[in-house]
Design a protein around this ligand. Structure first.
Ligand SMILES: [Zn+2]
Length: 453
């Protein structure tokens, strides 16, 4: 879905917009160096402490007021079904970092969010450039996290730096968030909202190929336990194989997935073939090659789209498993047990006509010369926390293709990163408003709320 954003959505004077774009372009080397510096400090989920020190220092150099803290397990307790608790039981040594630039007043506030944790690099020998080299070669910065999503953090830092370098004074407050623990559920962003950081809008600079992601999928993670009846393999017809019974259930679930897909009418999901993927991720079952397996435990993840309620979809899933089992001669009287596992979250969306979508879309068009595309995705992002926990309008927009994330030779295209940085810098100015004639047309709303100390 491609939209032409009306010029009215871009409140910036063209001369001011040109100044901002030029300031970003002048900072190209800084953009590369910022990304390299953070890629070179590993920050696999669970070990984000060292890189956060580097980022806090950069924010201080930028003149931001910097807040560094570890999520409080007591405050997080009500949210654990969605975000999960680390094995260690807390987030010790894993601080969030937020840097805030206060506006002069009378403008809208903005949060720029990025997660700093990454997945494992895998076998370093397989990388063309080492996973923590941060090498700048062939127009890319290489390394684990360069795309997902240290590039997004560099975008946020350099975009704000460019607005300041252009000599502009913002009216609204801007907070740049470098959060932990997104890859395993989003505890870092939830902790910022509990701190409580709030604003009139939020942009998450995850890699979206410079498209606006306005809708993100939800998920329910389940465990299905099936009981069979053991027998000697040589007399297998005397028993009931839990593995064969599960095959029957699985076939039924795939048919259910197809029916769900056919019923989804959300416009942003129409271009996607599988809108609500239902995946079985693990299977354990049986105890001995020569015995008919009397047990099986399968775990998997189902998807949902905005507009569907997590509770309704989960209830329907349980009913569906029962309905499938009712068609099987053994399972009918030995019903599978369905349980929920950590990783339950709703889908989220921002209305395509929300002013934040208009501003980011107009900024993209000014930055790149092309209209922006708006899309829905089947995966979840921390956008859901802003939208659902705090009612903060949130879009996801950034450089890079997420399908290249989590892979060997992860790398960020610097030309694309520069475009994203232009867009975010223009969005900051247009959303927050400027002093001295570079005027926003909107009324004052709220300051970024920051914690009492
Ligand atoms: Zn990410």
């Amino acid at each position: 879905m491609s939209i032409n954003v009306s010029p009215a959505a871009m409140p910036l004077d063209p001369e001011i917009a040109s100044r901002i774009v030029a300031a970003v372009d002048d900072l190209r080397d800084t953009l590369v160096a910022t990304l390299q510096a953070v890629v070179r400090v590993p920050s696999v989920t669970g070990a984000e402490g060292a890189v956060q020190e580097v980022i806090a220092r950069q924010m201080e150099e930028l003149g931001l007021s910097v807040d560094v803290w570890e999520p409080d397990p007591t405050l997080m307790a009500p949210h654990l079904e969605a975000v999960g608790l680390p094995e260690s039981g807390d987030w010790a040594g894993r601080p969030n970092v937020v840097g805030t630039l206060r506006g002069s007043g009378g403008g809208r506030s903005l949060i720029l969010n990025s997660h700093i944790d990454t997945v494992e690099p895998g076998d370093p020998e397989r990388w063309t450039h080492g996973p923590f080299s941060g090498d700048h070669a062939d127009g890319h910065v290489w390394g684990r996290g360069s795309l997902d999503m240290k590039g997004g953090l560099a975008t946020n830092l350099v975009a704000l730096r460019a607005v300041m370098a252009a000599g502009l004074t913002l009216r609204g407050d801007v907070s740049i968030e470098s959060v932990i623990s997104e890859e395993d559920g989003g505890a870092g962003t939830v902790a910022t909202l509990l701190r409580p950081y709030r604003a009139d809008g939020a942009i998450i600079t995850e890699p979206t190929r410079l498209r606006i992601v306005a809708a993100t999928g939800g998920s329910f993670v389940f465990r299905i336990t099936i009981a069979g009846q053991a027998a000697h393999a040589a007399k297998r017809d005397d028993g009931v194989s839990a593995i064969e019974a599960f095959s029957y259930v699985h076939a039924g679930l795939l048919a259910y997935e197809a029916r769900r897909n056919a019923a989804i009418t959300h416009p942003l999901y129409q271009p996607i073939a599988n809108r609500v993927p239902l995946n079985i991720g693990t299977i354990r079952g049986g105890s001995w090659p020569s015995s008919v397996p009397e047990w099986l435990v399968a775990e998997g993840r189902g998807g949902l789209v905005p507009g569907e309620s997590l509770d309704d979809v989960r209830r329907e899933f349980v009913d569906e498993v029962r309905r499938i089992a009712d068609g099987h001669p053994w399972l009918r009287d030995h019903q599978p047990i369905v349980e929920w596992v950590t990783g339950q979250f709703s889908a989220g969306e921002i209305a395509p006509d929300d002013p934040l979508v208009g501003i980011v879309g107009a900024a993209h068009e000014t930055a790149t010369g092309s209209p922006v595309a708006i899309e829905g995705v089947t995966y979840g992002t921390d956008a859901r926390h802003f939208l659902q926990l705090a009612g903060i309008p949130c879009v996801v927009y950034g450089a890079g293709d997420v399908t290249l994330a989590h892979q060997t030779d992860e790398r960020m295209d610097i030309d694309a990163l520069l475009m994203a940085t232009r867009t975010v810098a223009l969005s900051i100015a247009a959303w927050c408003g400027l002093e001295d004639g570079a005027t926003p047309t909107h009324r004052s709303t709220r300051a970024v709320s920051t914690p009492a100390r």
